[in-house]
Design a protein around this ligand. Structure first.
Ligand SMILES: NC(=O)c1ccc[n+]([C@@H]2O[C@H](COP(=O)([O-])OP(=O)(O)OC[C@H]3O[C@@H](n4cnc5c(N)ncnc54)[C@H](OP(=O)(O)O)[C@@H]3O)[C@@H](O)[C@H]2O)c1
Length: 325
């Protein structure tokens, strides 16, 4: 009995496929098989990070690389691209782009398929228009998905919540742009409460208002990890994620934790109340106590607790105690 002959392939088709064609074919096969993670790799997304030299932007770049992104697939845009030279040396494109100079943006975004649009810092009162400049330029050069760093308070209509209004307006511009979008509604940065905790430990007491709004602070690192995960994996188009810490805390919680971490208890003095405010004392916010599990779901690791954050900064908290008042 003769054995079945192996399928023959012509010498033409046995030549190795070019990497691009091979990956596209692999992507289709994986798609048909319902496979996930390699799809992004197979489609060779080129990822733009706007504001790549800012505090959040720099952490996002590090997270992308830590999660296996090929530096050659990164387009890092900044007003100061020279600060990104180490990434250029690894093969990333580093380009100048300034939202106040719209003519600089198409060349900055050329070749990118997915972009993280980092909201610009407080200052100019025309921020939605500046963000629109970035969105328009990205769409014009073929970017098909924009991930925007918004705020948990974006739906808050309180007229005092200026930052919320700015993010709400930008979100609407992005929804109307025709480009696929994802909103990362980042909560207040937990990093900022390290300074608060230092003062509490140094002073040995804190005034806690009874009507304070608990706040689910989130670290910049967790925001960056969530952004990197959204950039690197499929399926986030049309989604809104609240990016928060694991639980909402009051100033009295921060004081208690700072006391436990340093071994120097902080006395909690009850105040008389007044304007409801978050621990960060920013009036007009409504959604401070929102918590979500998005950090865990997106990144595969739990959001950083205040306990873990202050433990990490224990030496600084203790140094503040020793510093002259
Ligand atoms: N969740 C919170 O508690 C909180 C607090 C403060 C701010 N925010 C928001 O989150 C954003 C990122 O936070 P961060 O800590 O990384 O702030 P940051 O260090 O002050 O960074 C500011 C960012 O804005 C970019 N930017 C400023 N002006 C720009 C312009 N004209 N054109 C293009 N990009 C411009 C910067 O990019 P380059 O310098 O690289 O050009 C940088 O990425 C802030 O900009 C702000 O919208 C959130």
């Amino acid at each position: 009995m003769s054995l079945p002959r192996p399928l023959s392939v012509s010498s033409k088709s046995s030549r190795p496929l070019p990497r691009r064609v091979f990956l596209r074919g692999l992507g289709t096969a994986l798609l048909l098989a319902g496979a996930g993670p390699l799809q992004a790799q197979a489609a060779r997304e080129r990822l733009i990070v706007s504001g790549a030299s800012g505090q959040l932007g720099a952490l996002v770049v590090e997270e992308l690389l830590a999660r296996g992104a090929d530096p050659r697939d990164l387009i890092l845009v900044s007003r100061t691209p020279e600060e990104l030279a180490p990434y250029a040396a690894r093969g990333a494109a580093t380009r100048f782009g300034d939202f106040t100079q719209p003519e600089s943006l198409p060349a900055a975004y050329e070749g990118g398929s997915r972009m993280l649009l980092i909201s610009i810092s407080a200052g100019p009162d025309n921020r939605p228009q500046l963000h629109k400049n970035a969105i328009d330029a990205a769409r014009a050069v073929g970017v098909r998905h924009i991930v925007y760093t918004s705020t948990v308070d974006a739906d808050n209509q309180d007229v005092r919540a200026l930052s919320a209004a700015m993010h709400r307006e930008t979100e609407q511009i992005l929804r109307d742009s025709g480009v696929a979008w994802t909103m990362l509604r980042n909560h207040l940065y937990a990093d900022n409460i390290v300074g608060q905790a230092q003062r509490m430990v140094a002073e040995g007491r804190v005034v806690a208002q009874p009507d304070e709004i608990p706040t689910a602070y989130v670290t910049r690192e967790d925001c960056a990890a969530a952004a990197a995960a959204v950039l690197l994996t499929p399926g986030h188009e049309g989604k809104v994620y609240d990016i928060t810490g694991p639980r909402a805390v009051l100033r009295s919680d921060i004081a208690r934790i700072a006391g436990e971490v340093t071994g120097r208890p902080v006395e909690i003095v009850r105040g008389l109340g007044g304007e409801p405010q978050a621990s960060g004392a920013i009036a007009g916010f409504a959604s401070f106590d929102v918590t979500s599990d998005a950090v865990q779901t997106l990144t595969g690791r739990p959001a950083t607790s205040i306990e873990a954050l202050l433990e990490r900064h224990r030496d600084e908290l203790l140094q503040a105690t020793a510093a002259p008042q």
